[in-house]
Design a binder for this molecule. Structure first.
Ligand SMILES: Cc1ncc(COP(=O)(O)O)c(C=O)c1O
Length: 366
């Protein structure tokens, strides 16, 4: 081809999103589809979000606020930080990309676990940085392994807690031991997309003592516990100087008007948030108990999803589950050939998943 993209970009493996529901329903000619593949919130979102979006729809001929004032104010209050410490993004994906672009010179290194949430690698490569990947040990972030890979070229390290795709988590003690060994000039990006679902009090939460350590950048999202994945809003809490850099390079209107309104309304409804979290825990308990009866090993999780070992070709099981209208995630492309990852759905969806899995595995055993 005449036009050659940069070699860094050529090396990027495209992000494989879970198939959108509509596309799936069209392809398989099904009207009822159960999607448990993208760690979304099956309960939907708060009715307050619905009302606020409808109320504000007629304003959408106007540009949104470049810095979402009300949203920043609410988050600042919630976490006891200043508005100057907050950056809002078009999903937390946006902030991952801003960090890579803001803090990596060509060839400089960003450490991350392998496998990881793919946007870390994509963002680092797009920023012409060098991703340095450290394989998991027993499905868990290898903190010592990350430390071993630090070099004078390292500018940032990505930590996901709880971890996607395995659901594993890092305790406060382990995190503190790790952070002590990271040099002062290396950013520690702590992605807490699933932190609201954590049940174990020993799990590290970077906003328990926000901004105590200037190296720590916390990433959070409205896509999971708040159920706003389609609106695209995430946020980062960080040292003021870092926030200034990210705000300097982001698109001026990176968070659209309805997304701003939706996120503010979502923060005003703790009842819905708590219902979401409780439903997720109930769903996890039900699924673990049913899978246990089927003698299927499930990895422990602190998130709204988990991995299970079906002891069969995961992609084949994924494909067969589609025939029952259930979309799960095969972990084969992550190197876990016999593992699926699913998130919790509604109770009806959870039990439909169990029924479908029983049938698929029985059929495959024949
Ligand atoms: C670990 C992790 N970080 C970030 C994100 C991105 O979230 P957002 O929808 O806010 O871009 C996801 C989404 O699945 C995720 O799993």
């Amino acid at each position: 081809m005449k036009f050659k993209c940069s070699s860094q970009i050529e090396a990027i493996k495209p992000y494989e999103a879970g198939k959108p529901l509509k596309e799936f329903a069209r392809e398989y000619k099904m009207d009822k589809v159960i999607k448990l593949a993208s760690n979304e919130n099956a309960l939907g979102f708060s009715p307050r979000v619905h009302d606020a979006v409808i109320r504000n729809l007629s304003q959408m001929n106007r540009y949104p606020e470049p810095v979402p004032h009300e949203l920043c104010q609410k988050l600042a209050q919630k976490f006891n930080v200043s508005k100057k410490n907050i950056v809002i993004g078009n999903g937390s994906d946006d902030i991952i990309a801003l960090l890579a672009h803001g803090y990596l010179n060509p060839g400089e290194e960003a450490l991350m676990p392998l496998p990881s949430f793919l946007m870390y690698e994509i963002s680092v490569r797009t920023a012409k940085g060098k991703p340095v990947m450290v394989p998991l040990v027993d499905f868990t972030t290898n903190l010592d392994g990350l430390i071993e890979k630090l070099t004078p070229q390292t500018r940032m390290v990505f930590i996901t807690n709880p971890f996607n795709p395995t659901g594993a988590s890092i305790t406060t003690d382990d995190f503190n031991r790790f952070a002590q060994k990271v040099p002062d000039d290396v950013l520690i990006v702590v992605d807490e997309a699933y932190i609201e679902f954590v049940r174990d009090a020993a799990v590290y939460n970077s906003l328990a003592r926000p901004l105590k350590d200037k190296r720590i950048v916390t990433l959070r999202t409205f896509s999971k516990a708040y159920g706003l994945a389609g609106f695209r809003v995430g946020y980062g809490i960080m040292d003021e100087q870092i926030a200034q850099i990210l705000n300097r390079i982001r698109q001026p209107f990176n968070v659209n008007g309805l997304a701003q309104v939706a996120a503010v309304a979502a923060l005003e409804d703790d009842i819905f948030l708590n219902q979401s979290i409780t439903a997720t825990h109930d769903g996890l308990d039900y699924l673990f108990s049913e899978l246990n009866k089927m003698e299927i090993e499930c990895l422990p999780t602190q998130a709204n999803f988990f991995m299970l070992n079906v002891k069969a070709d995961a992609t084949k099981v994924f494909e067969d589950m589609l025939q029952y209208g259930v979309i799960v995630r095969s972990m084969k492309s992550y190197g876990y050939n016999t593992y699926l990852r699913i998130n919790t759905g509604t109770m009806d969806e959870n039990s439909a998943f169990i029924d479908a899995l029983k049938q698929v595995l029985q059929k495959q055993a024949r």
